[in-house]
Design a protein. Structure first.
Length: 301
């Protein structure tokens, strides 16, 4: 083990303010790459520690010997552990520390090399292999190009009267994406409505046909999420139109970075976002571990 790694140290906490006190400058240094950490911590600060499920969040900051921050992690069960880039040796140390704490890990989301290294380290220590579940791509809006031809209709910001629709469509999005979500759809809708965080596309007769959400602005970045059109209404250009409109509105409101994630297994959405002006930033990998890797009686989960 080299001297730099020996002098590095993980600091873990379940307090979001303590985490940000240590890691804020690091996270703000690359708001695009660290968009998940920024947006999730902002929602935890606004909505409380149970925003993503019944278990409390768990955070970590890796500091170097000089006090600088080398990496950060967050975990909001039942979601995967989300960690910034690590070396193979740092991933090995992280797996060792989490197991020593008894912290349950059902999956990891990170850049490909980090996720693979952590999955390998976890398997060596637990005997449970990680299964590659998904490959994601992060995009940044460059020059916005509205889709042509545009579908008939218009965009509007969702209102309180749309709450039931938002709940149904959020549940539809979660089901389609195969997500394991710990939070309540109604709480999600209420939070998004509180700051105008959902835009609907509606037909000329006023019927909503698609939605695009937007996270609160943090460190100059916002992320488009989710985008959803009911199955029977797909293929008509509604998703492209509402995504373009919410992206335009974010830029007009002063966002320096407008971002979104896609599943690389979905060529339709990847092509759509590129057509309206989104460009590749980086790729992520999501690995899932079997239930045997979940250590019971964990601390800080």
């Amino acid at each position: 083990m080299n001297s730099q790694l020996r002098s590095s140290q993980w600091h873990f906490t379940d307090d979001v303010d303590e985490f940000l006190a240590r890691g804020r400058d690091f996270l703000h240094s690359r708001p695009d790459l660290y968009t998940v950490h920024l947006t999730v911590t902002e929602q935890l600060r606004r909505r409380g520690p149970r925003a993503y499920g019944g278990d409390p969040p768990f955070f970590g900051v890796l500091t170097r010997g000089d006090g600088g921050v080398a990496a950060a992690l967050l975990h909001t069960p039942p979601y995967a552990l989300n960690v910034t880039r690590l070396t193979a040796a740092e991933a090995e140390t992280l797996a060792e520390r989490l197991l020593a704490l008894g912290h349950p890990v059902s999956g990891i989301c990170a850049d490909g090399a980090t996720a693979e290294a952590f999955a390998a380290a976890w398997e060596r220590r637990t005997g449970v292999p990680g299964k590659l579940h998904e490959l994601q791509r992060l995009y940044r809006l460059a020059e916005l190009t509205s889709p042509v031809p545009a579908p008939e209709g218009r965009a509007r910001v969702a209102e309180a009267s749309d709450r039931d629709l938002l709940v149904r469509w959020y549940e539809g999005f979660v089901a389609d994406a195969g997500l394991r979500v710990g939070g309540d759809a109604g709480e999600w809708a209420d939070f998004r409505l509180s700051y105008g965080g959902v835009t609907l596309w509606e037909t000329p007769d006023g019927t909503p046909v698609s939605l695009a959400g937007l996270t609160p602005a943090v460190a100059g970045q916002v992320r488009v999420a989710p985008v959803y059109t009911p199955p029977e209404l797909r293929g008509r250009g509604y998703a492209g139109a509402v995504t373009a409109e919410v992206s335009r509105a974010a830029r007009a409101a002063g966002a320096a970075e407008v971002l979104l994630f896609t599943d690389l297994a979905n060529p339709t959405s990847n092509a759509l976002y590129q057509r309206i002006g989104y460009r590749e930033v980086a790729d992520w990998a999501v690995y899932e571990f079997g239930m045997r890797s979940v250590v019971r009686g964990a601390v800080g989960t």
